[in-house]
Ligand binder design. Sequence first.
Ligand SMILES: Cc1cc2nc3c(=O)[nH]c(=O)nc-3n(C[C@H](O)[C@H](O)[C@H](O)COP(=O)(O)O)c2cc1C
Length: 367
Amino acid sequence: MPTLETTVNGLKLPNPFVIASGPPGTNGNVIGKAFDEGWGAVICKTISLDAEKVVNVQPRYARLRARDSNEIIGWENIELISDRSFEVWVDELKAVKKKYPDRILIASVMEEYRKEAWVEIVERCQDLGVDAFELNFSCPHGLPERKMGSAMGEDPEILEEVAGWVHEVATVPVWAKMTPNITHIEYPTRAALRAGCEGVSAINTIRCVLGVDLETLRPEPSVEGFTTPGGYSSRAILPIALRMVMEIATVIRDEFPGRSLSGIGGIETGADAAQFLLLGADTVQVCTGVMKHGYGIVRSMQDDLLAFMKKHGFETLDDFKGRSLQYFTTHADLVHRQAVAKHRIKMDDTQWSGDNFVQQSDDLARG
Ligand SMILES: Cc1cc2nc3c(=O)[nH]c(=O)nc-3n(C[C@H](O)[C@H](O)[C@H](O)COP(=O)(O)O)c2cc1C
């Protein structure tokens, strides 16, 4: 029987399924529920020292549905980080760790561009016993107006400096959560890993405008008739997330071996998860999938992933992690391979000879 158990940056997880920062980890009660349902780890909703500055609006969600099935395939939110006070969070996270001492609890944190603030939030969270940190360098709406979140994540220099402040004081593993709202995700990835982060998470939501109501002519979600671009999540973003995870995994494989990668974006099934793992993720995170289907989806995700492993004869996640990265190449190389393959078919039909084939296929590829 294959196993889903995995150890990432020294953290032992019963399975690679992690609750992503967001509504599914919005307080101690629901974090406990996630552990009871069998999630491998939980990342709490992003917290900051001064929640009074965080003011949410209603409505803050809008959904895109498939034309034929009505299934929700895309989800916009303009929700900010947690608006609950830091003191309340400290009490709840302490209580969670007391009740679930062996489960992995990760604190998602975000602060302004001030060293003292980052040092304080990290020290206070690790004192209460969190197992790791995820630095939110990626919330794409609201907080960037105050130079937080993706305003930092889009600037590799600032990201490296801030991650360095955290690295100086952190005694537990630190993951940097990347924004996809950037052309080359490799740059902030390298900055975070250079600063000493043990891992990277990707992706946060993609900046979007979900749609315009054709009756009222107002864009959605409409707050007193107005809106602001938000963050896009759910199934529709999976292919973009896979591409970015592949790019980050390649950087880790080639330049920072041993660092970890947590894949996020549109994951709802074990088959989705398997694809992220094949492209180099160590763990996978789920946010909107839990909001749509409930915490119980982790059971079918585990069953699906185990069935995939059995089918291929994989005993552990390490047996196939990153296995599909080798199949990415340049377009020029695809052209070469196709020319070789076409020529091979022709040769098979006529006079096959190994030496002859190599010579002729090279000639062909050179044009
Ligand atoms: C309503 C909502 C709130 C979110 N809040 C946070 C947050 O506080 N911190 C954070 O790092 N990411 C937050 N996210 C982003 C998710 O953690 C995740 O990166 C993104 O939604 C893509 O994954 P998914 O398709 O599984 O939802 C939020 C996402 C949604 C939909």
